[in-house]
Write a protein that binds this ligand. Structure first.
Ligand code: ADP
Ligand code: VHF
Length: 371
């Protein structure tokens, strides 16, 4: 690494740091867990914690690789074999992390996408994480591979790490892999590829990711960029770096061995979050209302011509015109209340419902229009 490849600076002021470590950063070329790599990472994490006085949450892959090694399994594996390998490997992995971080305690959390989708489990996961950090433990998170199949899966730990960053309100998401950043083509197959130092809009670089990862990893650069889109869209800066523990030590000194993907501004971040919320119903609006929304105004009951679905106050709903989706937003009235006030003037709301919490059905700050 030459000095020209490094972007130097002061120690960053991060309070919460999520670091995702891929299988490729923990294993040797034969795909076996290589403890010196893991121990060097632990030293890097400690250095980063000391320098920033921030708290680190680790998302660690490697259970599958560790389990395959102990069970002497060779590829390709059936899904149950993969799950058994992850179940065996997870204990080995955690044992090694616990040794490497001692005396700091480590807290194991195994999550699936279902834990994020279900409100109660989401809150429980968040509480466990925040309490572990408060008590001085270092959370080490992996996907719960033994129960997560198809639609319940994150599928890759890059995506999981973006959700963890969201759960803990991280200032930065660090994705550590075996290449020092995002290149304009896969550097494995394009030796002349050039690295991008800073990315302002993840959407604009998504096409640069080759479809394949390493044989050891899952997803390659595509899933890292998707995770970066999620995280930066929610306001969390994302770094894709390579170089193992030494790269974390450099980061503690303000040196970046990779690519910085900038967080979106709060309003843009909110809109991108809004656009990702699952909708529970739809509001059909007339042409006048559509023109008002496009002019940056809020949706009033008068412009709503039909209501579909069963939703509550605060739920996300689609907005349609002529049956075509034109946007979505958070609704200030339940489907039941809206069915009664649609097409009415705002001054009529109290008369119809007996109360009026809002003039707007969807406030413009809670609305995102389809481009
Ligand atoms: N544009 C790109 N820039 C950098 N790496 C890329 C790019 N496109 C594809 N890759 C590949 O992504 C790989 C990293 O992904 P992966 O093997 O899944 O690692 P991990 O185990 O760390 O998640 C790199 O080794 C590289 O070959
Ligand atoms: N949960 C799996 C890791 C899945 C994954 O995303 O792997 P990687 O691309 O190496 O981060 C395991 O522990 O083997």
């Amino acid at each position: 690494m030459t000095s020209a490849e490094r972007a130097g600076g002061a120690t960053p002021a991060w309070r919460r740091i999520v670091i995702k470590v891929g299988t490729s950063s923990l294993t040797d070329e034969r795909g076996r867990i290589y403890p010196p790599l893991l121990w060097a990472l632990a030293r890097g994490v400690e250095r980063l914690q000391r320098a920033t006085r921030g708290k680190v949450v680790l998302v660690s892959s490697g259970a599958g690789a560790a389990g395959r090694e102990q069970l002497r399994l060779s590829l390709p594996l059936t899904v149950p074999d993969k799950q058994a390998a992850a179940a065996v490997g997870q204990t080995l992995l955690m044992l090694e992390w616990a040794r490497a971080f001692a005396p700091q305690p480590v807290a194991q959390l195994l999550l699936t996408a279902a834990d994020i989708q279900d409100r109660e489990r989401y809150v429980n996961a968040k509480n466990t994480l925040l309490a572990s950090l408060k008590l001085g433990a270092l959370p080490v998170i992996n996907e719960n591979d033994s129960v997560a199949t198809s639609e319940l899966r994150f599928g890759d730990n890059d995506t999981l790490s973006a959700w963890v960053a969201h759960l803990v309100g991280a200032d930065v998401l660090v994705i550590l892999t075996d290449v020092p950043g995002l290149y304009d083509a896969d550097p494995r197959t394009h030796p002349d590829a050039k690295r991008l130092d800073t990315v302002e809009d993840v959407g604009a670089v998504m096409h640069l990711a080759g479809s394949e990862g390493t044989k050891r990893g899952t997803g390659g650069m595509v899933t890292k960029l998707r995770a970066a889109a999620l995280a930066t869209g929610a306001g969390t800066e994302t770094l894709i770096i390579g170089g193992g523990g030494a790269a974390l030590e450099a980061l503690a000194e303000g040196e970046l061995w990779g690519t910085r993907l900038l967080a979106q501004a709060p309003i843009a971040a909110r809109k991108s979050w809004l656009a990702r919320q699952p909708t529970r119903g739809a509001l059909e609006i007339d042409a006048g209302a559509l023109a008002a929304l496009r002019a940056g105004r809020s949706l009033l009951p008068r412009g709503v011509t039909a209501v579909a679905g069963d939703f509550a106050f605060g739920d996300a709903v689609a907005v349609t015109h002529g049956g075509v989706r034109v946007g979505q937003g958070l609704c200030n009235y339940s489907s039941h209340a809206l069915a009664a006030i649609r097409g009415r003037h705002t001054r009529e709301i109290v008369g119809v419902l007996g109360y009026k919490d809002y003039d707007e059905v969807i406030h413009r700050d809670n609305l995102v229009l389809t481009p």
